[in-house]
Write a protein that binds this ligand. Structure first.
Ligand SMILES: Cc1cc2nc3c(=O)[nH]c(=O)nc-3n(C[C@H](O)[C@H](O)[C@H](O)COP(=O)(O)OP(=O)(O)OC[C@H]3O[C@@H](n4cnc5c(N)ncnc54)[C@H](O)[C@@H]3O)c2cc1C
Length: 405
């Protein structure tokens, strides 16, 4: 039986592991984190394609996984609606994808607290070593280890994350903490705002145990705001003066930055929307990076998910893309006698789709990156606020096939 070692036990790793087992492979997943990944993460859009991929993995949701919204509403600086786009969509929570996938994968083969250290290749095997000295002999190594992938650094060291010049603040509040006005006017909407030089989206999401019962749900916002490289360094520096690479764990974010965000909210958000920022029980910040690869298949090594490409969150397909990569990889490997030929077929199919998604994300974020107040201030990008409502949070293929440009 062929054997794969997957480095990274998050969304991409779990989908790949599950699909490979279904086609008769033995799989071990190495996950660096010891703690509970499911307790992290915020809201995500659940595209229909994702539901199909979850079903193809043989995983069935036992309860509601998200909240439906009927469309997107654009709000101006005074809090009045300037445009709507009808589009029924289910908004869920990251852990409502992660947890069922994790539960479906055999615990004996999911090694948490196992950090990848190095690998060596011979003509027909890959030998993977962990930091604590264990080795796994495999036919295939899959890098599903996220945007700072150590596997990518080993096989394609020139591909590194590129900072886009802005960050996304994220916050989640409990429905019951929000005012009656917020609950009746805003809560049920998928809202788009364009506070000066940035963009904010907000939407309802399920409560902590996945409940969609009124009163127990949560509200999620994501606010893109420009930030210079120098200010980013300060943001990534914790109270002990340690500057973190690329991102900072939420508990280490200095209060001064959250206070600064609240000041910005007071100045630039319509009064009702300020609540989303002020009442959030958890505030996180995610610097926006692009990872754009020219190769994702190497000798007995494949990259999937964020290790392969990072698409800006405007497109809302991080989870979907990781699951699609995993599925296509498993279908290329099904019955394959030549693993490298199968990997090349995987690359041929996934590379163009991922490059389109990266380009789409860059276009959506270009006005923020170029310090324009609103999308219309960058006419060569051919995007106005109404169009942003239509084309955000959807895979590139939708934009093309529904002729949304
Ligand atoms: C905890 C968490 C929460 C997230 N929340 C959201 C969200 O709310 N909304 C959203 O849209 N996207 C979220 N994302 C990102 C989104 O899940 C990804 O875009 C998408 O799932 C791609 O997943 P991935 O498996 O490729 O990478 P990731 O989800 O980034 O997972 C990579 C995994 O690899 C592990 N890893 C890294 N290096 C090593 C190593 N050397 N050895 C072993 N393991 C290693 C990491 O611990 C991590 O679990 C989140 C990611 C994480 C990890």
């Amino acid at each position: 039986m062929p054997h794969a070692t997957i480095v990274g036990g998050s969304i991409g790793g779990l989908f790949a592991g599950t699909y490979l087992r279904a086609i008769g492979w033995e799989v071990d997943i190495l996950e660096r984190a010891r703690n509970d990944l499911a307790s992290r993460g915020t809201g995500i859009a659940r595209h229909l394609e994702l539901e199909e991929l979850i079903a193809k993995a043989g995983v069935t949701a036992t309860d509601a996984v998200g909240i439906f919204v009927n469309g997107r509403d654009g709000f101006d600086e005074n809090g009045n609606i300037f445009g709507c786009h009808e589009f029924r969509q289910q908004l869920g929570a990251w852990n409502r994808v992660f947890q069922p996938m994790f539960d479906a994968f055999p615990t004996d083969n999911h090694h948490s607290g196992s950090e990848f250290s190095r690998f060596t290749r011979s003509s027909d095997t890959v030998e993977i070593e962990t930091g604590d000295g264990r080795t796994f002999k495999s036919d295939l190594l899959i890098g599903a280890d996220g945007f700072l992938s150590a596997i990518r650094a080993s096989v394609a060291p020139d591909i590194t994350p590129h900072y886009a010049g802005y960050v996304a603040w994220r916050g989640v509040s409990h429905e019951q903490d929000l005012s009656n006005d917020f609950q009746t006017e805003i809560f049920h909407r998928y809202a788009f705002l364009f506070p000066r030089f940035g963009q904010l989206i907000g939407y309802p999401m399920a409560g902590e145990q996945g409940t969609t019962a009124p009163g127990k749900r949560r509200y999620n916002y994501l606010w893109y705001a420009p930030l210079s490289e120098a200010d980013l360094t300060d943001l990534l520096t914790d109270a002990d003066g340690k500057t973190h690479d690329y991102s900072i764990p939420p508990p280490l974010l200095r209060d001064t930055h959250v206070t600064g965000l609240k000041k910005l909210a007071k100045r630039h958000l319509p009064p009702l929307f300020r609540e989303a920022v002020f009442k959030a029980h958890a505030t996180m910040v995610q610097p926006i990076y692009d990872v754009d690869s020219d190769q994702i298949a190497f000798d007995r090594v494949a990259l999937i998910g964020d290790a392969a490409f990072v698409v800006r969150p405007h497109v809302g397909t991080g989870v979907l893309k990781a699951a699609e990569d995993a599925y296509v990889l498993s279908q290329c490997l099904k019955g394959a006698t030549d693993i490298n030929a199968a990997l090349n077929a995987f690359e041929s199919e996934r590379l163009p789709a991922a490059k389109n998604a990266v380009r789409h994300g860059r276009r959506l974020g270009a006005f923020i990156e170029q310090l324009c107040e609103i999308p219309e201030d960058l006419p060569e990008n051919d995007l106005d606020r109404e169009r942003v409502l239509r084309v955000s949070g959807r895979p590139f293929e939708h934009i093309v096939s529904y002729d949304l440009w």
